[in-house]
Design a protein around this ligand. Structure first.
Ligand code: HAM
Length: 412
């Protein structure tokens, strides 16, 4: 039976032929995501992978709603697999924010599901690192998130030559729109065309803009001016104070496809433009209000980084470490009469926090030794008597005799 298109199996290294996704790489990425988030004093949270369909309708925008894995459950509820984390976290915050001191800084690493056309960098399931700040509307919080995004990418040894954060403002676009059009109901359609401007043929964009009373040239002039708005200048100054200005540039081509953004928005791209966006986010000050049906209100901002493009980029730059299983000690059981004492020894080594392996069934000693070498064990340990062990360093080949209780310490 084949797996579904757009879904992945994650195998331990070394990878079987033809398989691309490594469980070891995934663990490495999750580890970096969490480590850097904690360095910035973010706390972990999670939510359910299945949500009421209504959570996404009219909150995320048509594009994502068209990609939902939704169905009616056995209780007749309209539900959907989560395509993104932001509506879930807004729901959780709306319900429980009073319990937490502001600003609230939270991160998560959910698996998400979008029925997309499968292509490079886009699958039907992916993992994201999400980081969001609630209860602070100062641009200093946008800058804090962008600094975190930069530091997460730097933790994978990516540099300013590898990636750039393209910084823009939904508010600046809103101001441009209002100056040129009085019908606010057209704003969403206008933003959608801007969002596709880099991927669409100029004639097509121009035609679509004309239907809303705009000209492509006029929109391009605004993009090319690249003049930072006051809030963007504030973010730039904040990042510059941290020595991070090489990682960002103003780029009004970015507007973000999702419906809920209200202020500073940004996307991280590789410098050579070879890949889809690595990460994206921005300010969404009205979502908590919308999700809570007007009962609660809290400014919010955040971003998400996907694992798919990140792995493609790290592979391309040869920045993924090599993974091999490492074993501290292989316990050889040469005499089955000593199996129970050997199990006591295995347990002792593991209790000490080291990893130990052994043969679960009777096996010739040369086979056991071969297995220890295959696993790259640092030491073999065998019992000469119930309480006397022979510990061999497989690098120096030196063998030492010692009482059983001294073994674990000797292995460090
Ligand atoms: P998004 O731009 O839809 O934003 O997704 C963020 C990142 O997730 C993308 O830049 C990309 O790396 C990855 N990604 C998205 N869709 C796929 C896919 N089908 N396959 C592989 N990777 C994908 C959001 O999801 C917002 N909720 C981010 C956010 C958090 N805004 C505020 N807080």
């Amino acid at each position: 039976m084949e797996r579904l298109p757009g879904f992945r199996d994650f195998f331990p290294e070394p990878l079987p032929k033809g398989e691309a996704w490594s469980a070891d790489v995934r663990e490495y990425i999750f580890d970096r995501w969490k480590t850097v988030a904690r360095r910035y004093a973010f706390q972990g949270y999670d939510g359910p992978p299945l949500e009421p369909l209504d959570l996404y309708k009219a909150k995320s925008g048509e594009e994502i709603v068209g990609q939902l894995y939704n169905f009616t459950d056995k209780g007749g509820r309209e539900v959907s697999m989560r395509p993104e984390m932001t509506p879930t976290v807004a729901r959780m915050i709306a319900a429980r924010e009073r319990h937490y001191k502001k600003p609230i800084k939270w991160y998560s690493t959910p698996q998400l599901f979008r029925y997309e056309r499968q292509q490079k960098g886009r699958l039907r399931e992916h993992f994201q690192f999400n980081a969001d700040i609630f209860g602070e509307d100062d641009p200093g919080s946008d800058a804090e998130l962008i600094a975190l995004l930069i530091d997460v990418l730097r933790s994978f040894d990516l540099s300013a030559e590898d990636f750039v954060i393209r910084l823009s403002s939904r508010q600046a676009w809103q101001d441009f729109f209002t100056k040129n059009c009085s019908d606010q109901s057209l704003a969403h359609d206008f933003f959608q065309i801007v969002d596709k401007i880099e991927r669409m043929a100029p004639e097509d964009s121009d035609q679509k803009f004309k239907l809303l009373g705009f000209r492509l040239e006029q929109v391009r002039d605004f993009i090319d001016s690249g003049k930072p708005s006051e809030e963007l200048q504030n973010v730039l100054d904040n990042l510059s104070a941290r020595g991070l200005s090489d990682y960002v540039k103003i780029d009004y081509n970015v507007i973000r496809g999702l419906a809920y953004y209200t202020g500073v928005v940004y996307e991280a791209f590789d410098r050579h433009g070879k890949f889809r966006a690595i990460a994206g986010g921005g300010r969404y000050d009205q979502l908590v209000n919308l999700v809570s049906g007007g009962k609660n209100d809290l400014p919010a901002a955040g971003f998400a980084m996907g694992d798919v493009v990140l792995v493609e980029l790290l592979k391309d730059r040869k920045l993924l470490p090599e993974f091999s299983q490492s074993i501290d000690a292989y316990v050889l059981i040469e005499d089955e009469d000593l199996r129970n004492d050997s199990l006591r020894l295995v347990q002792q080594i593991r209790d000490f926090g080291l990893n130990a392996e052994y043969s679960m069934v009777a096996q010739k000693s040369d086979k056991q030794f071969k297995k220890a070498l295959e696993l790259g064990a640092l030491f073999t340990v065998r019992l000469a008597a119930p309480d006397q062990a022979m510990v061999k360093n497989l690098k120096s080949r030196e063998e030492t005799s010692m009482p059983l209780k001294q073994v674990a310490e000797h292995l460090v």
